[in-house]
Design a protein. Structure first.
Length: 434
């Protein structure tokens, strides 16, 4: 596969850098005009001078936890005031009340609105391939006039729409498989004979294992684009032995595509139309190239123009260019979290959610959410310190509240007061990524 999605992928790197920073001042000026939170972030900043990475680095990083807090604060302040459709600066508008002032579009201009755990609300405009995952699908070998079997979730979070709009942008037909119901998935794949799959690697593994159990062959599947979970070499080999070439894409519900894998399998190539920095966790300072730090992205998205947005994910810039011929810089992939927010079965879980769970039960002193399990099989356990003997029904009630807050299931384990480590951890990720 030596073809490219477009000519942008093979630009000279110096030209790409010049193009990005030539476009950035106008994009920031437009964002400041229409997105109140960006206007605050850029207060007293002359945007016409932000024409280099050095100038960009002078702007404080906006971290995902701060976005969550701002959205929540705006909803608390404005309460149930009418939500007007326009992007005006008033506190009662959709832009402020729903999106915390970071969006430039409201109802009508937005085709969809999504809720990621937190909840954090994200808009999707009507622009084709809004999330920009078409580039990643193309690099994974997807082409026009093929069937894309999309097993990302279609409710609450934008993952399903991300890959559907990407498939449509490159001329695929998309089947919205969603998640769950593995027997029906097996039967439908057998009937439709799709060439490609999009979803988490663990779910495709479950489908194929169910197909084995049902003694149904699924030979049509030749390629897959995975996201939302780790895709280690062991899983890559497992799929390859079944004739499926799987590749990774990395993105977020706030930013869309950030980086993607090509057939060269030598890191993840940074997407076009974004400025990616690696900064020292907890600071605003870019680290030397090659050093591990937090991924920070500035997007040229006119509808949701996030500026120096800290993802909380760790990675590092790799030297040189990909052997596939694409010239953009590469990152080493996902290397952990810069904060305690973690991803479980493709969904982010935030410390704020654990705090809200604890606050709903008087008998609980504190809790720690431990994420464990082998690659592709995530387990959550909520360890809870309680005074005395747990009240009748507390375990079931806690389980229901955890699912309500995180959209995920967790085992509940009660421990005595003082048994949880006094180290400030609310979420512990004990998974192995070998």
């Amino acid at each position: 596969m030596t073809e490219y999605f477009d000519a942008l992928e093979v630009r000279d790197q110096a030209q790409r850098e010049a193009d990005l920073f030539a476009a950035l001042p106008a994009a920031l000026a437009a964002a400041r005009e229409r997105a109140p939170a960006i206007a605050t972030q850029l207060q007293d900043v002359p945007v016409d001078r932000i024409t280099s990475r050095q100038a960009l680095a002078a702007i404080p990083v906006l971290r995902k936890s701060e976005l969550l807090k701002r959205q929540h604060a705006q909803r608390t302040q404005t309460g149930q005031k009418p939500a007007h459709a326009g992007p005006g600066p008033g506190a009662g508008t959709v832009v402020q009340r729903v999106f915390g002032g970071f969006s430039t579009i409201g109802w009508g201009d937005a085709a969809r609105v999504f809720a990621s755990p937190g909840p954090i609300y994200e808009p999707e405009s009507k622009r084709a391939d809004y999330w920009r995952f078409g580039r990643a699908l193309y690099a994974a070998g997807f082409r026009a006039n093929t069937l894309l079997y999309n097993c990302f979730s279609y409710h609450f979070t934008p993952a399903g729409s991300m890959f559907e709009t990407a498939g449509l942008a490159i001329g695929c037909t998309v089947f919205p498989g969603g998640v769950g119901q593995t027997e029906m998935q097996v039967a439908t794949i057998h009937d439709l004979q799709p060439e490609g799959y999009a979803g988490t690697p663990s779910f495709l593994k479950l489908i194929l294992e169910k197909a084995d159990e049902m003694q149904i062959a699924l030979p049509s599947l030749k390629r897959a684009l995975f996201s939302g979970e780790a895709f280690p070499p062991s899983l890559q080999t497992w799929f390859a032995q079944r004739g499926i070439h799987g590749y990774q894409a990395y993105g977020t519900a706030d930013l869309g595509l950030i980086a993607y894998e090509s057939e060269a399998r030598d890191g993840l190539i940074i997407g076009e139309d974004i400025v990616l920095e690696i900064v020292r966790p907890g600071t605003n300072e870019p680290v030397p190239e090659g050093e591990v730090g937090e991924i920070v992205v500035t997007t040229l998205n006119p509808d949701y123009p996030l500026l120096r947005f800290g993802t909380g994910d760790l990675s590092a810039i790799m030297p040189g260019h990909s052997a596939c011929g694409r010239t953009n810089k590469r990152i080493r992939g996902w290397m952990g979290r810069a904060d305690q927010t973690t991803k479980v079965r493709g969904m982010f879980v935030h410390p704020e959610q654990v705090a809200r769970i604890v606050a709903r039960f008087e008998q609980i002193n504190k809790a720690r959410l431990v994420v464990s399990g082998e690659t592709g099989r995530d387990d959550m356990t909520l360890f809870v310190e309680v005074d005395g003997v747990p009240a009748a029904g507390l375990q079931e009630k806690l389980g229901n509240v955890v699912r309500e807050e995180t959209k995920l299931r967790a085992a509940i384990v009660f421990v005595g007061v003082g048994e949880l480590a006094n180290d400030g951890k609310v979420i512990e990720d004990s998974r192995s990524y070998e």
